[in-house]
Design a protein around this ligand. Structure first.
Ligand SMILES: CNc1ncnc2c1ncn2[C@@H]1O[C@H](COP(=O)(O)O)[C@@H](O)[C@H]1O
Ligand SMILES: [Zn+2]
Length: 338
């Protein structure tokens, strides 16, 4: 089964750039760009993927700082973007929507951050035989003014690269910031034709969940704490829940894999996609996530194929791109049946 899943051409719709650098790539990045190979650095790397039992979501957010330091220069960000694309391709992901929060520092403005990531996507996608889209992220823990700058840049760059910049991700620590404050800027993005992938109901905050549902979204990240009527609404509106199994278990937002809402979504034929979230931080791959689903919920090979086809449907891709992706998946499954 694992080999079947590794070889299956897969679709990744929820991946944060800085969270998707696995430990080997972090070492490679540090060695190539910064020449770091100290014992101290190795200890930091080990701590990066270690989750204590009973870890909380807040603990995850501390971990991102480690990678953010390595991607704080143009060179570092460039190489990190290539490594992430390479690693998804290695796992036979044929289409990935990367999300990332543009960051300004002494080395880069938010514009040059996005230009850098875009440049690598344009240069390297063909080399690694993978289609890559980019969703600039709004970090809800930062001021609304930052979100306004990000959306203005996304709208502008989407006119130049409409095939790559296709949406906006609303993310960041859900225990911080207030969703309501971001409604005007998110509306602006939507009015300019950008799709919205929103982290919604990752924590139990019924008031905010209601506000988000009322506002609407194209895809729902996590959806862990949706009520029954929330799940029904998503199904009626054909809004898929982006299920990130390992992320939810390791960050403690679901008690254990056995009670993950993927089970309910499968049983009720509600829209859903399997994603990694932060394959580096959570030390996983999309193949591993599928395997975990087969082990935990008894998913068959055909159900895994159906889930992959469902992901194509919910991708922020053109009709032609979706057709090409489906053909690639179909070709693989036909070979399997021979
Ligand atoms: C675990 N669940 C999660 N919930 C909410 N936001 C998350 C997240 N995982 C990652 N991020 C968001 O993505 C950033 C890292 O990638 P980038 O620096 O943007 O490429 C994190 O700092 C956080 O803002
Ligand atoms: Zn996420």
């Amino acid at each position: 089964m694992l080999q079947f899943l590794r070889n299956l051409p897969k679709i990744e719709l929820h991946a944060h750039l800085n969270g998707s650098l696995n430990i080997d790539s972090i070492r490679e990045l540090a060695a190539k760009v910064y020449g770091v190979q100290t014992k101290e650095f190795s200890t930091l790397c080990e701590r990066f993927i270690k989750f204590e039992k009973g870890a909380k979501l807040d603990d995850c957010f501390e971990k991102f700082g480690f990678v953010h330091e390595l991607t704080s220069t143009k060179e570092g960000l460039e190489y990190a973007t290539e490594l992430v694309i390479r690693d998804f391709a290695k796992d036979n992901v044929i289409y990935v929507e990367l999300r990332t929060t543009p960051k300004a520092n002494g080395n880069m403005s938010r514009r040059s951050y996005l230009d850098t990531v875009l440049g690598v996507i344009k240069k390297k996608s063909d080399l690694y035989k993978i289609k890559v889209k980019l969703l600039p992220s709004i970090n809800r823990a930062e001021p609304v003014a930052v979100a306004e700058e990000t959306v203005a840049l996304a709208v502008e760059l989407a006119t130049v690269e409409p095939e790559i910049i296709v949406g906006i991700d609303f993310s960041g620590n859900p225990n911080q910031g207030n969703f309501k404050d971001f409604i005007p800027v998110l509306s602006k993005a939507r009015n300019h034709g950008l799709k919205l992938a929103m982290h919604c109901a990752e924590v139990d905050n019924p008031v905010e969940i209601r506000e988000m549902i009322r506002f609407g979204m194209s895809r729902c990240g996590h959806g862990t704490y949706l009520s029954d009527s929330g799940f029904e609404h998503m199904k009626e509106e054909n809004i898929p829940i982006e299920c990130c199994l390992t992320s939810n278990v390791k960050s403690g937002t679901v008690a254990n894999i056995g009670v993950h809402h993927l089970k309910q979504l499968m049983a009720t034929c509600a829209p859903k996609v399997l994603c990694t979230d932060d394959s580096g931080v959570f030390d996983t791959t999309l193949s591993d996530e599928f395997f975990l689903a087969t082990e935990s919920f008894g998913l068959t090979k055909s159900q895994c194929i159906a889930l992959t086809m469902e992901a194509v449907e919910h991708a922020f891709a053109t009709r032609e791109e979706k057709l090409m992706l489906k053909m690639q998946i179909y070709k693989y499954t036909r070979l399997q049946n021979k």
